[in-house]
Ligand binder design. Sequence first.
Ligand code: GLA
Length: 427
Amino acid sequence: MGGAEDLGAPASQEERPDGRPRTGARLGPSGRLRRLAAAFQARFGRPPTAVAAAPGRVNLIGEHLDYNEGHVLPVAIDRSIMVAFASRSDGRVRLYSLDFEQESAFDLEDIQRDPEAPWSDYVRGVAWALRGAGHRLSGLDAALQGDVPVGAGLSSSAALEVAALGAFEAASGLQLDRRDLALLGQRAENGFVGVACGIMDQMAAALSRAGHALLIDCRSLEHEAVPLPLEASGPAGRADLRLVVADSGVRRALLDSQYNLRRQECQRAAELLAADIADRTVTALRDVSLDDLARHGDALPPSLFKRARHVVEEERRVLLSVEALRAGDVEAFGEMLDASHRSLRDDFEVSCPELDLLVDLARAQPGVLGARLTGAGFGGCTVNLVRAESLETFREHVVARYCTETGREGRMYVCRAAGGLKLHCVG
Ligand code: GLA
């Protein structure tokens, strides 16, 4: 884990559609650290040893590809979950959430879920996963706080898992490979919390590099930082673009069951195609080409054909997007984003009227190079590539109009591409 980091950078803006600041302006990272350390001291009567922080993420492209073993291209954003901690010698873990103003405690020898404090299950889950992998853990006092919007599809859960893993790692004197750490986060979520997510979010929270997107091969878990042409963000930073996340305000209760259904459909499509493609092994839709689909698509019922087509075409779009970014061709990259949304809407069928409206409004703006839903879908956010000079237009003609037309509270977050898991020294 890295050493202390420069905390001077301003926080990404969260803006109301009318441009007025939100009440209770958001603290920057150093303000959050100070407040968290003070809360820790007040709660536990001693200062924390350090603070582990892990970011939320927005996926640029490669949607619903991680569990099909394809490539994805997420970006960590400058919104994070922070866990201030100090170790204990008695095997007890005491947690305090500043956001929920609630305490939850457990013994490492007996880790159960806490229905009264479900936020604590992610921390309990990573302790369970670490112990299951044979690591000896120290107990902890920990205070938690986050500014990743919850339930918006920006992976606040993965951020919490990865930050908690960072805290247990440091407090217990472990040294975990970052990929293994991400896998432990996923294990916690799949096996303890009970959500069947893929590996993208935890990898992004653990391994991202500031100013870059993270290209992940979700089969081998090989990964590579891809420079982004965003404001002040590395060698390609000349196009003066902004990454704008627009939150539809829609939160879908059925998300888990729909997500699981898509996973099963992809699995089934891969099995049917594998039986039809005799000349080589197909274990996931990753192994299927456009040519395969053209020849063997008849083996699939129409709905599964559409699911498979999304996956196969999206895999190609990810690789073309990386090429376009490397070549500085931001227009071509924007077109990939647009095509991805159409495919998610028509073939994978994970959009909803609100996300479609946000995307249609964005596309009508000349300064928007591309727009698509991001994350699992059925609500949550869109990701937009916007020219810096068009931010005002975006606020007025996309977010404000969305709010008027739907009566919902839409929001926009102008995000920076942040780095992954960090350990901050305090005091
Ligand atoms: C959720 C899951 C990820 C991924 C996306 C869809 O965010 O947690 O693993 O499957 O949906 O791309």
